[in-house]
Design a protein around this ligand. Sequence first.
Ligand SMILES: Nc1nc2c(ncn2[C@@H]2O[C@H](COP(=O)(O)OP(=O)(O)O)[C@@H](O)[C@H]2O)c(=O)[nH]1
Ligand SMILES: [Mg+2]
Length: 368
Amino acid sequence: MPVRFIMIGGFLGAGKTTTISRLAREYQHQGKRIGVVTNDQASNLVDTNTLRAQGLQVEEVPGACFCCRFDELVARVGALQAAQRPDIILAEPVGSCTDLVATVIQPLQDLYAGQFEVAPYTVLFKPSHGLRILRNQMAGGFSPKAAYIFKKQLEEADAIALNRIDELSSLEIADIAALVAHQFPNTPLLRISATTGAGFKGLVEWLDQRGAFGRKILDIDYDTYAEGEAELGWLNATAHLHSPRPFDLDGLLLRILEELAIHCRTLGGEVAHLKLIGMDEALAFAVGNLVSSSSRPTLSLPSGLKPLRAELIINARVAMEPALLEAEVKRVVQRECDQLGVAAHFRTSQSLRPGRPVPTHRYAVAKS
Ligand SMILES: Nc1nc2c(ncn2[C@@H]2O[C@H](COP(=O)(O)OP(=O)(O)O)[C@@H](O)[C@H]2O)c(=O)[nH]1
Ligand SMILES: [Mg+2]
């Protein structure tokens, strides 16, 4: 029996991890076994931690996107299959990656036909940047090249899922629907909220379909794509926090995100996604998120913890020079910790610009 491979695409901060987490629960209720593969340019992923904490089997493909580490993707799926024979693999690609139909879906369908059965490719629409990008307003705060990636991601989708409808007015939803219908004609638009579960029945039904999907090969300029991706600074860091007195972990995460939002705005670096996990010694944890410079930081998972010690994991993707991003993040974390009387020691820190994507395979025409 081939394993069902469901990849959920979408820009940084669009809601892929939240969607995958909810889909996993839905499928588990149906009695299905689930494996998850996450992907990032660096290691120490907030997403992997979040999903593992839900009891899911998660494998990581770190260091480059699925398209450039195709064999590693297949190997990680193989590891999941050996461990627990999943019925379904949920896969989250890097949020700045595109051309996934030509470089991942088509090769999987062609080279591993008996092993994988690929579901219709669904890409999440991120309203905070998407509305501005589709309206051609200042590239949503990014450069036109990063906006190019955002649009290419939507162009290769079998369906677009407008996420965060819990936060949108019916007018905003109608506005986005009209823009999508105009710019991506013949692409179905689902309306979902990964947070509340609204629209998930429809999403699951859509993903269950069999047919001629995963065939929209992009006409794409890899120079523009590579330059757009390289404009984003990437930082994955971990720090150990300790204090003589219990401290408010949730409050600290929110303050760090609030301060970073202000600094990024001042420095003119649009936030694509900032994620923080704070974890105590018993591995209970809080998650904080910021998905654009103009959004409000949120605790996607409040913990109520008042620990003496905690580990902090930081994943930041911001349109800023990586060394500057690293310096800003470290400075803000130190300062906010100082104010609470908490000592912060950075253990690992990896900052980079994504390199030019060099896919293992690229199908110029759809084979299957
Ligand atoms: N209000 C709201 N927030 C959401 C929704 N989906 C995701 N989020 C939040 O958006 C942030 C980014 O989500 P995440 O799943 O990490 O995005 P990813 O980068 O695409 O994996 C987190 O704070 C989520 O809690 C949604 O439907 N509604
Ligand atoms: Mg994610």
